[in-house]
Design a binder for this molecule. Structure first.
Ligand code: NAP
Length: 214
């Protein structure tokens, strides 16, 4: 499968591109926004395409030519204000969904956030972030694309365990980024994740089994 990773230079993105490149089963293309980031991906044997989520939809669509699936794991990050939350986490995701429709990429995997589907769970401090994630997810749900929405709990930088909990709704909890990269990788080939949205936290079940049991 030809897979475009949007947000490839991020912490989850890089681990996902590595998994895809090492698989021998998929061809990864890293969507990056700076030429200087290229060598990191060339070393992994991945292709790169330079595009910015603040570019026009048509530019993002060009990056998707020939792709079978898109994974959106970009984010404006906590160091920027609500303006970038709107422009990247919401509009960047919306343009990516539109670009996938225009290009005929059937499959779209979105990295959302636990609680994004339930306004009662939005904390005041990061409400704009949840608003962005909520509406980006809804745009994907309404798009007609073959979607998978992964809603991780608090992302951790510690090594993955390969074991998770995955269900429509979970109590809040943390999860290593490495495990979310693995979830995205496995979801590409797992039928039970098609047209499903689910929370993911650390747990006891091997990733593949947890996804198969959804
Ligand atoms: N933090 C949490 O606890 C948490 C919990 C649940 C879900 N999430 C979500 O998980 C996802 C990935 O997290 P992460 O920790 O891997 O993120 P990250 O390391 O901050 O990576 C985000 C990526 O998005 C890219 N990006 C930002 N603005 C862009 C633009 N205008 N055009 C193209 N790319 C752009 C960044 O590019 P550069 O490298 O060039 O800056 C970076 O590579 C995000 O969607 C985040 O919202 C986070």
């Amino acid at each position: 499968m030809n897979v475009l990773v949007i947000g490839a230079n991020g912490k989850i993105g890089k681990q996902l591109v590595k998994l895809l490149s090492e698989s021998g089963e998929h061809r990864a293309t890293a969507m990056i926004r700076d030429e200087k980031q290229k060598p990191d991906f060339e070393i992994m044997g991945a292709m790169t395409v330079v595009a910015d989520l603040e570019d026009r939809t048509e530019t993002i669509a060009l990056a998707m030519e020939g792709m079978d699936a898109v994974v959106f794991t970009a984010g404006s990050g906590g160091h920027t204000g609500p303006d970038k939350t709107l422009l990247i986490d919401l509009d960047g995701a919306a343009k990516s969904v539109e670009a996938a429709r225009q290009t005929g990429v059937g499959r779209f995997l979105m990295v959302s956030a636990i609680g994004a589907d339930d306004r009662e769970r939005w904390s005041d401090q990061i409400k704009p972030y949840y608003v962005a994630k909520h509406h980006a997810d809804n745009i994907l749900l309404a798009s007609g694309l073959d979607y998978t929405i992964v809603r991780p709990g608090l992302l951790l930088d510690k090594p993955g365990t390969g074991r998770i909990s995955a269900a429509e709704h979970l109590e809040p909890g943390g999860v290593p980024r490495e495990d979310i990269a693995r979830v995205l990788y496995e979801a590409l080939g797992t039928e039970t994740t098609r047209n499903r949205s689910f929370d993911v936290t650390s747990g006891d079940t091997p990733v593949r089994e947890a996804l198969a049991n959804l």
